[in-house]
Design a protein around this ligand. Structure first.
Ligand code: HEC
Length: 249
């Protein structure tokens, strides 16, 4: 054992041990990581549809996102994405409803996820608009504003105005939570409550803006604050102006 002690005392021994350790860990990691992704070893040409839908370095996996997410993203023109980036605005739709349906069904066939709601599921006849309003204020207004006009979020993101979405798209947005929007599953907001929210959003669209500064149409509290602060500001200004006049004389 004296030869080990002799080696250990050498100045380079410390570096050699660290290097050996790094190489060992690296090789062990390489062996394990290689095993866990057999798809990377697949020969081009024999790639299965599932492998393609698993996503790439540019885009996420589509397995399990469900038909509702595909229908929402494609029917609002967000997908197929023109540029890779965080901006996912509405764009003109280049696919027919039939094509979107076919792609949505295909993605759904790869595994689960929420389905596209039927026309009856998104119908707002008999919906409770008042309940829809209170749900909207608790769950949606912090991002989409009280009147659904949309608003800025953190990190340069924004929540779009809810002026264009169809009933189906609104239902799907809640079910699938696109981008920075949270998912509102059927246990968080029941399908009936989703219809109430949709009824409220369509109702406020139809309400004409009375004109002037809408102040986000948040209601009497905002109007009161603006009136009070604005009014006080004018009074302070007037008071200063009056005292200035006095000193001059
Ligand atoms: C944390 C913020 C946030 C909350 C809360 C939120 N959303 Fe969103 N919502 C977003 C963002 C961000 C987008 C845009 C996603 C994208 O572009 O991919 C969006 C998109 C939408 C769209 C699609 C709009 C369009 O026409 O393209 C609808 C509809 C929608 N939300 C409805 C709702 C409803 C209803 C609620 C409440 C149940 C809600 N959102 C709650 C952030 C939010």
């Amino acid at each position: 054992m004296s030869w080990i002690t002799a080696l250990r005392r050498r100045p380079a021994a410390g570096y050699a041990v660290v290097l050996l350790g790094l190489v060992t860990v690296g090789m062990a990691y390489g062996a394990l990581a290689g095993q866990s992704s057999p798809a990377s070893a697949a020969v081009p040409g024999t790639v299965s549809p599932q492998t393609i839908a698993q996503g790439t370095s540019l885009a996420p996996s589509l397995i399990g996102v469900g038909a509702a997410a595909v229908d929402f993203q494609m029917s609002t023109g967000r997908m197929p994405g023109k540029d890779i980036g965080p901006e996912m605005d509405r764009r003109p739709v280049t696919f027919t409803p039939g094509q979107i349906h076919a792609i949505a069904q295909y993605i759904a066939s790869l595994g689960g996820g929420p389905t596209v709601p039927s026309a009856a599921q998104v119908s707002t006849s008999g919906a409770n608009v008042a309940l829809g309003q209170s749900l909207f204020i608790t769950d949606c207004a912090q991002c989409h504003n009280f009147d659904g006009a949309g608003g800025a979020l953190t990190y340069g993101k924004f929540a779009p105005p809810l002026t264009q979405a169809t009933n189906t798209q609104m239902f799907e947005a809640m079910l699938t939570g696109p981008e920075a929007m949270p998912v509102f599953s059927d246990t968080t907001i029941t399908p009936a409550q989703k219809r109430d929210i949709i009824a409220y959003v369509t109702r406020i669209r139809a309400e004409p803006n009375p004109g002037g500064f809408s102040l986000g149409r948040i209601g009497p509290v905002t109007e009161g604050i603006v009136g009070f602060l604005g009014g006080i500001g004018v009074l302070v200004f007037l008071a200063m102006w009056i005292t200035m006049k006095r000193r001059e004389s």
